[in-house]
Design a protein around this ligand. Sequence first.
Ligand code: TPP
Ligand code: SF4
Length: 279
Amino acid sequence: MSPASTPILIRPKDYKSDIKPIWCPGCGDFAVLNAITKALAFLELPHKDVALISGIGCSSRIAAYTSVYGFHGLHGRALPLAAGLKAARRDLTVLVAGGDGDGLSIGGNHFIHACRRNMDMTYIIMDNEVYGMTKGQASPTTAPDWGDSKLTPGGTGIRPFQPAALALTAGASFIARGVTGDPNGLARMLVAAIEHKGFSFVQALSPCPTFRPEQMDWKHQVRAFEEESTADPMIATQRIQADDGMSTGILYQRNHPFFQPGTSEAVTDAADFESEFEL
Ligand SMILES: Cc1ncc(C[n+]2csc(CCOP(=O)(O)OP(=O)(O)O)c2C)c(N)n1
Ligand code: SF4
């Protein structure tokens, strides 16, 4: 094969930007970045065809650390930004990433409606059960007895969300859980999520060694789901309820029609749009 006809393979590192991550040493988010770049390289997706949208938080910095198109948005607003992008550019592979606070607290309403809408995109929640960037407050996935502080004396006392259960109830068509201690497993999961047509949700257990050092033990606590993924929501519900949140793998995958707006011609003149609202 001549050099001219040799296929140019894109390597995982080619998807990384020149910006050096400022995450704390040992932060799980490094492994999520690696898993994303491995998945993109495996799928050989050209840079121009991929966009990564994030919110605000330590984890949401990830958009700046890849060399695909990106938008580092507002806290909790990654999903509506991504939906707008996908509506306008159905040809793009749209990835969305951020923290459990970003996606389930301020962005919780967007999350359930994104699941319900089932647009073709992949959403990764980098779950460390804490607000890392704002220095360690409880999030919607924090256990009720964690975080004794002036803000939450004795802990929150509130039961945490189960992200997989929430996604299933709200209508997501692909649900998986991975852990940063197994970056190759996470990368394989992301490949399946990106290939899935519809809203794919991946909960990536991503430890925060600074505010939750005990999470460094997650890699020893996780195990693979005993069963293959199911397309039956009742079976998926039972598995989620029976699980302690530490089983990993693709839990649920079902093909049902995904929502893709923008089939009508785009309005290019604002006057045309305004005329629709005249009384
Ligand atoms: C509207 C708004 N409210 C609050 C904040 C402050 N804020 C910035 S990041 C953050 C929480 C981040 O936690 P999480 O999304 O779990 O990500 P992590 O930093 O743990 O990766 C908060 C509350 C903000 N930037 N904007
Ligand atoms: S504070 Fe936690 S989440 Fe943020 S970069 Fe440091 S280890 Fe990661």
